[in-house]
Design a protein around this ligand. Sequence first.
Ligand code: ADP
Ligand code: ASP
Ligand code: MG
Length: 400
Amino acid sequence: MPPALIVQKYGGTSIATVDRIQQVARYIRSTIQPPTQVIVVVSAMGSFTDEWVEAAAHLHPDPPRREMDMLLTAGERMTAALLAMALEKEGLHAISFTGSQIGILTDATHGNAKIHRILGDRIRKSLESNRIVVVAGFQGVDPQTKEVTTLGRGGSDLTAVALAATLRADRCEIYKDVEGIYTADPRVIPKAQHIPRLSWEAACTLSGSGAQVLHDRAANMACKYEIPIHIRSSLAPTQPGTLIEGHSTTMETPHFIALTDKKDQIYLDLLLTFSPGAASIQPLYEWLCNRGDTPLLWNLQKKGLQSELQVTLSAFHSQAYLDFLVAHCQQVLQKSSLPLHILSLVGRGFSQNHPLLDTITSLLGENLLLLEMQQGVMHIGVKSEAATVCIQQLHEGFFV
Ligand code: ADP
Ligand code: ASP
Ligand code: MG
C-alpha cells in the first residue's frame, strides 16, 4: 500500500504572523507521522493581498492585470518559503514551490485564470524523497506565454482541491479562522449553528451564493472529482470542523441548510437585440466571468424568432459592473437597476412548501424587494440599509 497523502491548506489568518507560521509548522510536526506524505498549500500572510491591491490602485486606476499577477503571487511565495524554513527548523525536510514550478497550467486570463491541468511529477518526486511540499496557493502559469497567472481572489482553496484531485490525496483539510461552516457567517450572526456535515452540492450552492468560507470554484471542483474536504480551525484544530462529502438526496420536506449574503448587488433587467451573425451575448458574459465575479443569477430569455435574437437578461450583479454594462453594451434597450443586498437561503425541497413564502414575507415586511427560487436555493433581495436586521430575522425564523 502506498503511504497516505494529505493535502492541507492554511488561509491568510492562520499564517498571518511569523509566530503563527511557527505554530503551523509545530502542528504539522506533531500530527503527521511518516510515512504519511503531506502537501501544504498556503495563502499570503494576513491582509497582504488587500494591502497590495490598494497600493497598486494608488499608482494606476486600472493596473495592468499581468502586473497585478506579478505583484500578488509574491505574497503566497513568501509564505511558502517561510513555512518551509519553519518546518526545517522543526526537523522536517520541506521544499517550497510556486504554482509555475509544479506545473499548475492555466489559461491566459490574468486575475481569474482557470486551471487546465497540473503536472504532478515534481511534487511526486519531492514526496518520494520524504519532503513536505509547501505550495504557494492561488497561482499558476500559462504554458503558451509562460506568464504567471492568478486564480481569482481566495483561490488558494482551489489550489488545494486541485492538487488533492490530481495526486489522489486521501484527505484534503482546509484550515480557517472559524471552526467549520455555520448556518450563517458566525461573525455576523453569533447564534449561527455549526454544521458538522454538508453534501458537495450544498457546499457549491452555499459558496456560489456568497458564503466566503469556501471558494466557490474549489467547492465545484471537489464535487466534480468527489474530493472530501474537511474544513477545520487552525486556532482550535481539535474541534470537529465540517466535513464536505457525499451527494445530496432530495427530501420531501423542506430542509434549510444555511443563509448566505452578498452585498452591493443590483438587479439588472436588460433587453438586448443582436442582428443575425453580429455581436452575441458571449463576449459580455465572458468579460464578466473573467473579472472573477460571476453573476449570482443570470437568466436569458430569447424573445421572438431565432433570426431576431432579441434577449432579455436578468442578473444580480455587483454595482461596480453597472457602468461597464452601460458603457460597453451598445445593444442595451432597457435597463432598470435597484441597489440591494441578496440573502440566499440554501436548502432542499422549497417548492413543495407553500407557507414558506408567507413566512419570508411576514418576517421581512416592507424590506423584502424580490424573491427568486431555484433548485436548492432561494435568493431574497432586501433593502441594503436593512440587511443586517433581515439576516437576523431570517436566521431566527429558519434556524433557531
Ligand atoms: P481564508 O482566508 O482562511 O481562506 P476566509 O476569510 O476566506 O478564510 O473564510 C473564512 C471566513 O468566512 C470566516 O472568518 C467567516 O467570517 C466567513 N464566513 C462566511 N459565511 C460563513 C459560514 N456560513 N460559516 C463559517 N464562516 C463563514
Ligand atoms: N491571497 C489571495 C487572496 O487574498 C488568495 C487566497 O488567500 O486564497 O485573495
Ligand atoms: Mg478565502
